[in-house]
Design a protein around this ligand. Structure first.
Ligand SMILES: Nc1nc2c(c(=O)[nH]1)N[C@H]1C(S)=C(S)[C@@H](COP(=O)(O)O)O[C@H]1N2
Ligand SMILES: [Mo]
Length: 197
């Protein structure tokens, strides 16, 4: 695992590197399955379940305030990319347009291609979370989730759904794809919440 592309943290960045992680200066692609081809003109993000049903189009996303974000990215397979530079919209800005039922406590993230991952509402509604359409100043590449992906910096990156197309609001936790296959339900990297018990 350690070699040309993966490095042990140096003293300067060791306090930003969760236990058991190695640093990469690149940005690997990690996908289960194929990269879906998605046209922005027909792209949709649908909200349903314990929230007023709503569909966001690409124009809806672009009409929200646009920001740049710098975030660390930790994959459970032990690579971390510090200081990735993204562009997109804040989760909290989009969520101002969503009316959630007070009983909602969890979300299932849905994606083109069928991938799912679950997240607690309080982990989702954090000020630093964002939906990204830009990576290092370029349009987000298809393999990295174009046209839009979620980024949740404080959890392992399998929670950062690529090609996101749905947010299903739930009262009880349901398990997404990796969570059903033995990964931790929350996935906090500093606590090494890698696998379920
Ligand atoms: N739709 C979808 N989203 C996904 C995945 C996936 O397979 N499908 N893989 C997850 C995992 S395990 C990681 S580490 C990151 C990787 O993002 P990257 O390919 O942009 O590095 O995406 C996450 N989001
Ligand atoms: Mo991952």
């Amino acid at each position: 695992m350690i070699g040309k592309f993966f490095q042990k943290p140096t003293p300067e960045n060791s306090d930003r590197t969760p236990p058991g992680q190695y640093l990469t200066k690149g940005f690997p692609v990690l996908t289960y399955g194929d990269t879906p081809q998605i046209d922005r003109a027909t792209w949709q993000l649908r909200v349903w379940g314990l929230a007023q049903e709503k569909i966001f189009t690409w124009e809806d996303i672009m009409s929200l305030p646009q920001h740049e974000f710098t975030a660390d990215f930790h994959c459970v397979t032990r690579w971390s990319r510090l200081d990735a530079q993204w562009g997109g919209v804040k989760v909290l800005d989009l969520m101002q347009l969503v009316e959630i039922d007070p009983k909602a406590a969890h979300i299932m993230e849905h994606c083109y291609g069928g991938y799912t991952t679950n997240i607690a509402l309080e982990d989702f509604l954090r000020a630093e979370n964002f939906f990204a359409h830009t990576l290092f100043g370029e349009p987000l590449p298809p393999d990295h989730g174009a046209p839009l992906r979620l980024v949740v910096p404080h959890l392992y990156a399998w929670k950062s759904a690529k090609w996101i197309n749905g947010l299903e609001f739930l009262a009880e936790e349901k398990l997404g794809f990796w969570e059903r296959n033995g990964y931790h339900t929350r996935g906090e990297p500093w606590a090494e919440e890698r696998y379920s018990n």
